[in-house]
Design a protein around this ligand. Structure first.
Ligand SMILES: [Zn+2]
Length: 66
């Protein structure tokens, strides 16, 4: 299973339509919630689906002002 923590920066295999391929993990559980760093869109995925889409865990994301 993929190591995952709140606040981790994730790179996805496919780019979001906004052009960003980096997401911040905002919830970890049975489902994973990630927020696009490009446009702020929040997406919820089952862990299995998330692991398919994830390319790389880039580690702790820099703090965001929200
Ligand atoms: Zn986006």
């Amino acid at each position: 299973m993929v190591e995952l923590a709140l606040g981790d920066l994730i790179q996805t295999r496919k780019k979001h339509p906004c052009g960003s391929d980096q997401w911040v993990v905002i919830r970890v559980g049975a489902d994973i919630k990630i927020k696009c760093r490009g446009c702020g869109r929040i997406v919820m995925l089952e862990r299995a689906e998330f692991e398919k889409r994830m390319k790389k865990n880039l580690g702790k994301a820099p703090a965001e002002g929200d």
